[in-house]
Design a protein around this ligand. Structure first.
Ligand code: PXL
Length: 278
């Protein structure tokens, strides 16, 4: 059985990070080991959340795994709370990466042109350095702009701009860069990717639905990692992740839930399982 290690926080309520990665990757038939970086009462879009930092536990946990000779088919990181955590994660990549192990970094730290609450302006540069250790990185346009030190383009970009951004993202050292939330036509939304070894671009779009929900980046990255570590190509894994994310948004829109809370990804797990076995 394939085994993924995912390193991110537990936001107890709020459908993101580990509460999304665990069920989604497990449902895809891949064992999901976790390294929780912090426990928050909710994600940081709520006000008044509690925050228990677990940074000091990360190295002893990794030490134990090494003693036990544990290995992972993929290591996938999401939201990380501090530059110190980034340094520890870089060390964990060195210890458990290499060989066939795929490293996936979702630099979850910003959206809609702004950094999430609590991140200092220096944080994106540290995250960009971590991206250099990854096989595949999955930023949205906001995260990419922050890491490259360029203005957030909003919706004012074309394919040439995105291609350049993708190439610039691989200057970190990451082999494959993927930009999420890309749109070249009003009715379509999807992803574009660049493989710096083959020089090839890849894109995949779905119909744009009339709402944006919090947490869809984590759903996308989790489905992508589950598909990839299950043996699919990067391109097929991106298609699975786009299709699943769109299905989650469609079902949530139908049920009339609030956009800020998150999508009803649980209802769409049967779709995901069928999608990867079809
Ligand atoms: O990736 C979303 C996310 C994860 N974890 C925490 C967050 C957020 C987004 O706001 O606050 C703690």
């Amino acid at each position: 059985m394939k085994r993924v290690l995912t390193i991110q926080d537990i936001s107890c309520v709020g459908k993101c990070s580990l509460t999304v990665a665990l069920p989604i990757i497990s449902a895809m038939g891949v064992e999901t080991a976790v390294l929780p970086t912090a426990v928050l009462s909710t994600h940081t879009q709520f006000s008044g959340f509690t925050f228990r930092d677990l940074t000091d536990d990360m190295i002893p946990i990794a030490d134990h795994w090494q003693k036990e000779n544990l290995a992972f088919d993929a290591v996938y990181t999401g939201y990380l709370g501090s530059e110190r955590q980034i340094d520890i994660v870089a060390d964990i990549f060195d210890r458990f990466g290499g060989g066939e192990t795929k490293i996936v970094v979702d630099p979850a730290m910003a959206d809609n042109g702004v950094l999430y609450k609590g991140f200092k302006p220096e944080f994106p540069a540290a995250m960009f350095k971590l991206c250099g250790k990854a096989d595949i990185i999955l930023p949205n346009l906001t995260e990419a702009a922050f890491m490259l030190g360029v203005p957030y383009p909003g919706e004012n970009y074309d394919e040439t701009y995105i291609r350049k951004m993708l190439v610039d993202l691989t200057s970190s050292g990451a082999r494959v860069s993927v930009l999420t939330g890309v749109s070249f036509e009003k009715e379509k939304l999807g992803v574009m990717a660049y493989d710096s070894v083959t020089g090839e671009y890849f894109s995949y779009f779905a119909d744009r639905l009339p709402a944006a929900f919090h947490g869809t980046g984590d759903i996308f990255a989790s489905a992508f990692t589950g598909a990839l570590s299950g043996g699919m190509s990067v391109e097929d894994s991106l298609k699975v992740a786009v299709d699943y994310t769109v299905e989650c948004i469609r079902v949530t829109l139908e049920s009339g839930s609030e956009c800020w809370y998150g999508v009803e990804f649980e209802k769409c797990i049967p779709f995901l399982v069928k999608r990867i076995s079809g």
